[in-house]
Design a binder for this molecule. Sequence first.
Ligand SMILES: Cc1cc2nc3c(=O)[nH]c(=O)nc-3n(C[C@H](O)[C@H](O)[C@H](O)COP(=O)(O)OP(=O)(O)OC[C@H]3O[C@@H](n4cnc5c(N)ncnc54)[C@H](O)[C@@H]3O)c2cc1C
Length: 383
Amino acid sequence: MKKAEIVIIGGGVIGASVAYHLTERGAKDVLILERENQQGLGSTGKATGGVRAQFETDINIKMSLYSLDFFQNWDFDCGYEPRGYLFFATDEKQFDYLRRNVEKQKSLGVKAVEIVDTPAISEIVKGLNCADIVGGAFGAKDSFINPLAVMRGFTELATARGAKIETETQVTAIETRSGKIVGVKTDKGKIECEKVVLCSGAWAKSLAKTAGVDLPVEPQKRQIVWAKSETDLPANLPMVVDLGSGFHFRPAKDSRDEILFAYPDADEKPGFDTNFDEAFVAKVYERAKYRASFLAETSIVREKCRAGLYENTPDHHAIIGDCEIEGLYFCTGFSGHGVMHSPAAGRAAAEIVLDGAASFLDVSCLSLERFAVGELLHETAFI
Ligand SMILES: Cc1cc2nc3c(=O)[nH]c(=O)nc-3n(C[C@H](O)[C@H](O)[C@H](O)COP(=O)(O)OP(=O)(O)OC[C@H]3O[C@@H](n4cnc5c(N)ncnc54)[C@H](O)[C@@H]3O)c2cc1C
């Protein structure tokens, strides 16, 4: 029977990062199993590639700080580009929330984040309708990266250090005996192993169930409209987020006239459907038209519009850690932040697998146990 020391289920950005960090620490026998014929066909290939430290919870801010630093200093070109994130508030309650968060972000070491008034916002985003905006927060060091490049970088460096990846291999069950991992069943046969790291994103719940673990990760469709302007867009557009509605837009990478926009559609029910829904276009344009004529006066680039899955947990934070089954670890449930947090998450998971706990950053608040003991986290800046 085939054997590996550590099996990683799922070859998206998270599985690749876990493999990278395990092999960086010297793990030799690491095998990634990916059911598709190539990596990146899950959520990673659908992500827009935003990275921000503008969060509410300490853990999200710390994971972002670590990851931003990683992307900026990585030898591998992952398309890192510090274009900034602007959050704007349309009422005083939201503005207070941004003020509190900026204070916290600064106290945790976030640089170049500041509260901005409406005239400053209209300078940062020329042409934005600011009639209902009371203020905002701008993080100049928040950035864009290329999600597939990040995944490729982790994979190339992990495989160069000995990790293996098998595509077109679907794991059908995680096998346990007497409360311990003994292997995985795949559509190509069994693989014996003592450790499994579950990184199958939106599809993690049913696999965890095969080991008798209830993993609260639910898939939810998220869509992006891709549009093109006849004239150049305003220069140096950052990511712009309406905190109240979640409507956001950003320029396409390396483009002067293409733009992406989206918002969290409350009509979207949990499920695995990833067909782009034409009705979403009108819903997004309704918001876009109000916000700026440079958004309204665009035409949709149908072939680039897309739908993918968020892998939501009840508190919109990842699940990183072990569980009652010896040798079974989770690194999933990123609730829409998996690409940006992949460096910190992969390192944390690798340290937990190899040492029993993450020492570079305390991620114990992200354990699966938090749901059983009712210690949920709270993050409002969830888009
Ligand atoms: C529209 C959209 C925009 C987004 N924008 C951002 C953003 O700007 N910034 C950000 O940080 N995040 C963003 N995200 C979220 C981000 O894409 C995810 O958090 C991240 O990709 C999760 O990575 P992953 O490796 O866990 O999951 P995935 O990339 O989904 O990888 C999981 C892999 O597991 C494989 N798999 C599943 N089941 C099995 C099985 N049984 N056997 C073997 N393999 C299996 C799948 O084929 C898949 O390749 C966005 C998501 C969407 C949908």
